[in-house]
Design a binder for this molecule. Structure first.
Ligand SMILES: *Cc1c(COP(=O)(O)O)cnc(C)c1O
Length: 241
């Protein structure tokens, strides 16, 4: 039987409330007084549900499929802020450049050069995060940690991108935990911040890490944006897309 739409919405409202409480508790436990943002990750989620979450305060959305985003965006309401977080092919940059305000998945000079070029054409500066393959996994996207400095300084030479920080999708270790990877990201982030402080070409303030299963642990390690899909919107039904 199809779940009634009002049931679905009240479940999402409950989820948002619970996630916000968990975020507040983790912030307190970490002794943090700065801010962490809750991003709603919208893949496969109907725009009606997304709009409802925006009305409940989830004003930052994460998109990771270009085609799906382009099909859905005209139905978004409430003027959410939208970031692109998924794997991005160079030839797709032009479709999203004026429709998102940050790209979390910048992971090569080639891609960042294309973002810079398209941003210049559109008359804007794009904020980017460099995605780091913090687990060193062969099959994963992201640059290796050793390559970070060089890539970061390359971005500084480009006038239409601005590096805002780092993003990671860490693996879980044998204990089912991502904790040591979050700790490693926290260190990379704070080193990058220190190195670039006072250099006006950078504004390093964003560490994007933590998803449904591990966002509290990510917050303990300094995450400033947690990207949450399934525990917010419910389990994804890929058959619909
Ligand atoms: C799907 C996705 C998420 C959210 O995953 P959940 O485990 O459902 O919270 C976060 N980040 C990226 C890049 C994703 O593709």
């Amino acid at each position: 039987m199809k779940e009634r739409s009002s049931d679905k919405l009240s479940a999402v409202a409950d989820n948002i409330k619970r996630i916000n409480e968990n975020i507040a508790n983790a912030m307190e436990k970490a002794g943090r007084t700065d801010k962490v943002r809750l991003m709603g990750v919208t893949k496969t989620v109907d725009p009606e549900i997304v709009n409802f979450s925006v009305s409940k305060g989830v004003t930052l959305l994460g998109e990771n499929r270009v085609q799906e985003f382009l099909e859905k965006r005209d139905r978004y309401e409430g003027d959410p802020e939208i970031h692109f977080i998924g794997g991005l092919q160079t030839n797709k940059v032009k479709y999203i450049i004026d429709k998102v305000s940050m790209i979390h998945s910048a992971d090569s000079v080639h891609l960042i050069e294309e973002i810079d070029k398209r941003a210049a054409k559109a008359g804007l500066t794009m904020d980017i995060l460099i995605e780091v393959n913090i687990g060193g996994e062969e099959s994963k996207s992201g640059i290796m940690p050793e390559a970070l400095d060089e890539l970061a300084y390359r971005t500084a030479e480009m006038s239409n991108v601005r590096l805002r920080g780092l993003m990671a999708i860490p693996p879980v270790d044998v204990n089912g935990s991502s904790e040591r990877y979050f700790a490693a990201m926290q260190k990379l982030f704070s080193d990058l911040k220190d190195k670039t402080s006072g250099d006006g070409r950078f504004l390093i303030d964003t560490l994007s890490m933590g998803m449904s299963g591990d966002y509290e642990s990510a917050i303990m390690h300094g995450s400033t944006v947690v990207r949450i899909g399934s525990v917010l919107y419910g389990y994804r039904d890929y058959s619909k897309h």
